[in-house]
Design a protein around this ligand. Sequence first.
Ligand SMILES: [Zn+2]
Length: 334
Amino acid sequence: MNQPASQVAGDAALHPELLGMLACPRDRQALRQDGDRLLCPDGHIYAIVEGIPILLVPDVEQTHIEGTRSLLVAESGAALPQFNVGPGEIDPFVRNAIGATNGGLYQHLVGTLTEYPIPHLRLPAGEGRLFLEIGCNWGRWCISAARAGYRAVGIDPSLKSIRAAIRVCRQLGIAAEFVVGDGRYLPFRDEIFDQIFSYSTLQHLSREHVAQALSEARRVMRPGASALIQMPNVFGIRCLYHQIRRGFRDGRDFEVRYWKPGELLSVFSERIGPSELSVDGYFSLNPQVSDLHLFPARYRALVRASEGLRRVGRSVPILRRVADSLYVSSRKAV
Ligand SMILES: [Zn+2]
């Protein structure tokens, strides 16, 4: 994947390796490229926009308004605004989206960002293994995965986000593949990925849709493959505060859904395989230690406290119960 297909303009052929991974999100049959379209043997047709396959299922309700927008662009074939980002500049999408995509502690960086905040991935070195991120937005975790030696593939329902991810990767010299898709209907063949990753994404879906996305994750995982998925804890200190503010009613639309640790273990074990929980962090969903230098002093103290608690929490179970952000690690049986 040294020459990412998604960086090829117009209706040029998709990279054979990417095409070999793709499948119809409705019926999982292999797809064939015909100019700027992908065709399924059963007549399902998907547009390729600027070299990006748009593999959303149009006849279901989208999880995010940006999914609906991506479909409209694919259908209309309208010209898209072009951005020229110079060396050392921050992509305008990332500059504006940073508060929403990385959490509240990044709000002050909207418009003032001077570097891309690329987080540290809590996974072993990739050694060429195939990595799929569900809900990749502008690609920060895929970039981290590519740097750690994974062959990274990101999906997101937002064409705007995927276009930004491709621009940022091009700027940073990162080879990764990106596809517009929906976690509930993964547009990939069975049993191809070694590592699934998702951060701050499934928390926005209903329990039913999370279960559906996990079953899909299992389908595309090779036997013995792993998934690492971040989720919010209903008993987290900061999470409790947010639930009080909304009167403990269930989340709706794109609001965060809070999960009990036992509930997470049971759904992930049932849908993927043996699962365990670890702490991602406290007080927030969730700043990255690798971004410490980007925060003002008061936030740095908070992030350091979170990291301290995470370390102590390894030997103090009660602390783990009040962590706000959890990782669920699951393995698909061989
Ligand atoms: Zn089909």
